[in-house]
Design a binder for this molecule. Structure first.
Ligand SMILES: [Mn+2]
Length: 331
């Protein structure tokens, strides 16, 4: 953890003690994932009963599974009645695009692990550690919970967001070891909670997406692009397994989304977070992420042009890295 972030995280228990006096609304990004839900479940248990988990929309299947398995009740954010005296805590994102329901409010606290690229929501207090694999990792290491449900939820979130420890650091393993010990469960049982089982339809969709793959050799690297009807991050992971150094998978749903994954081989040569921030602009939405995994979302009509932005910028960064330096993004 960078020193500044470590200092921030140390302040978390004190910030939470202050919030505990109020009714707390715990919310997260649109289409909340296991990391968002796991963090909300553990934080609710830490803060006590006067606390509501309020997603902005229907969480993803893995998040719903985790919420159901831990008997955690939720209330949709737009159904809440506000008295004006609540504390709002936003988890796992600070992107205004993914947190539209917070427009016009200043959350009391944001806890998030995505790199700041500008334009994020501002909160009264912020814990942001981009070196953490997940929001659940930040919570695990600063709160050190002992109750089983919190430990199971946080570990499930860590496993999901670190893509099965692929993006883990020694801190991630430290958190995982602590949580597993206190969860009372075997690793396999928690693993099955982290990834929602795929339905037949989803697996067919994934296999059909293979028809859309195109791969290009740029210098000594392979960049793959594809489109998927759903599960774009899962498919981007699969492309890396298949041999791509860099993979961009576009998805046209109600909105347009791109999921990007990268091999360690391109670390320091390609800045995925920057590319996805540009792709987010092309989508008239936003993008952000980590060194090896990132994403962008916005308007569905702009997906094709955003995909070509991804390809063009990665080509530019890979080729210019041959001198060992990353050139600034140029248009
Ligand atoms: Mn996360």
């Amino acid at each position: 953890m960078p020193k500044a972030a470590a200092k921030e995280a140390e302040q978390l228990p004190a910030i939470l003690r202050r919030l505990r006096r109020k009714r707390c609304i715990l919310t997260f990004h649109s289409l909340g994932d296991a990391d968002a839900a796991g963090a909300a479940i553990a934080l609710k248990r830490h803060l006590g009963s006067n606390c509501t988990i309020a997603p902005p929309d229907k969480p993803s299947s893995s998040a719903r599974r985790l919420l159901e398995a831990t008997h955690s009740s939720i209330t949709m954010f737009h159904e809440l009645k506000f008295s004006g005296n609540e504390a709002v805590v936003a988890l796992d994102s600070a992107s205004p695009y993914l947190m539209r329901h917070l427009a016009g409010t200043t959350p009391d606290l944001i806890i998030d692990h995505h790199a700041r690229l500008g334009g994020e929501i501002k909160a009264k207090a912020e814990i942001n550690d981009p070196s953490a694999s997940s929001t659940c990792e930040i919570l695990a290491l600063s709160l050190l919970p002992k109750d089983k449900i919190s430990c199971i939820s946080l570990l499930a979130g860590i496993i999901a967001d670190s893509a099965g420890f692929k993006y883990a650091t020694h801190k991630t393993f430290q958190a995982a070891s602590f949580l597993l010990k206190n969860s009372g469960l075997g690793y396999g049982s928690i693993l099955s909670l982290s990834f929602a089982p795929e339905t037949l339809g989803e697996r067919i969709e994934s296999l059909r997406s293979c028809q859309t793959v195109s791969a290009e050799r740029i210098g000594e690297y392979i960049v793959a692009t594809a489109t998927a009807k759903s599960h774009e991050s899962h498919f981007a992971d699969a492309l890396i397994h298949l041999g791509a150094d860099l993979a961009f998978v576009g998805c046209k749903g109600e909105d347009g989304r791109i999921s990007a994954r990268m091999r360690e081989s391109l670390k320091g040569k390609v800045h995925l977070g920057e590319i996805m921030a540009e792709a987010g602009k092309a989508l008239e939405g936003s993008g952000s992420g980590h060194e090896l995994a990132a994403g962008a979302s916005g308007k569905r009509e702009s997906l094709e042009s955003a995909m070509s932005v991804c390809l063009k910028l990665s080509e530019q960064q890979i080729l210019s890295s041959e001198s060992g330096k990353i050139r600034k993004i140029e248009w």
